[in-house]
Design a binder for this molecule. Sequence first.
Ligand SMILES: NC(=O)c1ccc[n+]([C@@H]2O[C@H](COP(=O)([O-])OP(=O)(O)OC[C@H]3O[C@@H](n4cnc5c(N)ncnc54)[C@H](O)[C@@H]3O)[C@@H](O)[C@H]2O)c1
Length: 423
Amino acid sequence: MTSTQSSWDIAVIGAGYVGMPHAQTFAEAGKRVVVVDVVDEMVNAINRGESHIQDVPSERLKPLVDSGAITATTDAAVVRDADAIVIAVPTPLSPQREPDVSYIERAAREIAPHLRKGHLVVLESTTYPGTTRDVLRPILEEGSGLRAGTDFHLAFAPERVDPGRQDFTTKTTPKIVGGIDEASTQAAASFYRGALDAVHTVSTSEVAELTKLLENIFRSVNIALVNELAQLCDRMDIDVWEVVDAAATKPFGFMSFKPGPGLGGHCIPLDPYYLSWKAREFDFNTRFVELAGEINNNMPYFCRSVISQALNHGAQKPLRGSKILILGVAYKADINDVRESPAEKIVELLRTAGADVAYHDPNVPEFDGLHSVPLEPEVYDCVAIVTAHSSIDYEDVVRRGKVIVDFRNATRGHEVDGKVWKL
Ligand SMILES: NC(=O)c1ccc[n+]([C@@H]2O[C@H](COP(=O)([O-])OP(=O)(O)OC[C@H]3O[C@@H](n4cnc5c(N)ncnc54)[C@H](O)[C@@H]3O)[C@@H](O)[C@H]2O)c1
């Protein structure tokens, strides 16, 4: 393979929760990065040094843009002038919960005509085993007239970013890399070693694809286990949080997962179905995946029944006509991402039951057609803590509120019998 002097070390396709931290990490490692996205306003904002991604604060982005280390564009043709192309576009589910790889296909069609010999293409979007080789490769080859493995390298390297997390970042989290052949694996590994602390190579792109799914399914299944336990504990009148905390004192063989109102975010609620869909092709039912999905998807319904019970016993009121404040609607604490947030389902169920629902979230000004209201717990019949942002004074919420339903154990240490109801 040959390579010419390029304007960019890396082109990142997709300026989202994955693409932007990537761009920042590589730029801070001294690489020249061009970010490609289909949304004009986002591209213009990035070029002004304004970030829409919480993990990449504008104060860190702006100097990188000003120095020319990061540039954004809507023109996919720039990939021709980059050494490596990293694809980080969405992989959602169809309404029937089947994989939707159309964003990957579209991105591939857009970059294929601009591929040249010596290029490295890496897919980072979470997807089922076989996507890199069987979906991405043919589109790139057909659109470019080049051969993967011979003319350009092709690999899969899953992103493991956990938005909002401070202790591990894109740079410090080990990167899994698997190519469609050994040369692709090595090319991708050497590319990532240029900016990341640790790279772990695997034998094929399929291994890398399945590794990412295993990680997310592991979380989904373990969360389902404690969510099921939480429902049993409710019947047995045992504090599930105390049980989980006590089990977590075991220094080996146990890993703590917390119950909650349901799964959220772009990954854990969706990714497992990528595997169950693919497994059917092999006459195989991934029963753990399906069962975990069933239990986790049921949690908002369980939450509605806990709120209903709390209102019934704590305020002698039915759901219908009650004023309920949802406290926290982001899918997890201290972030502003509401994708797949269980709050959405809970709000819908409460509204359908006739409740008058408002919400407060310091990180989310608008949600589901509503605006965040001031935090005045005393104004509501019930305050339901769905997401426990650390900036909220929960002791004050308990003091001022009438009935508090806590799905996150945020009121730990401030429980008041007959007033605070926990999952
Ligand atoms: N968000 C996470 O925490 C996380 C973590 C690990 C892996 N992932 C995976 O990474 C992938 C991307 O997720 P995300 O959260 O960054 O998504 P996102 O929606 O935040 O960003 C994706 C971006 O891609 C852009 N885009 C779509 N089609 C494009 C195209 N043809 N050309 C250029 N840009 C295009 C969109 O406009 C959007 O800005 C998904 O597969 C996801 O499962 C996400």
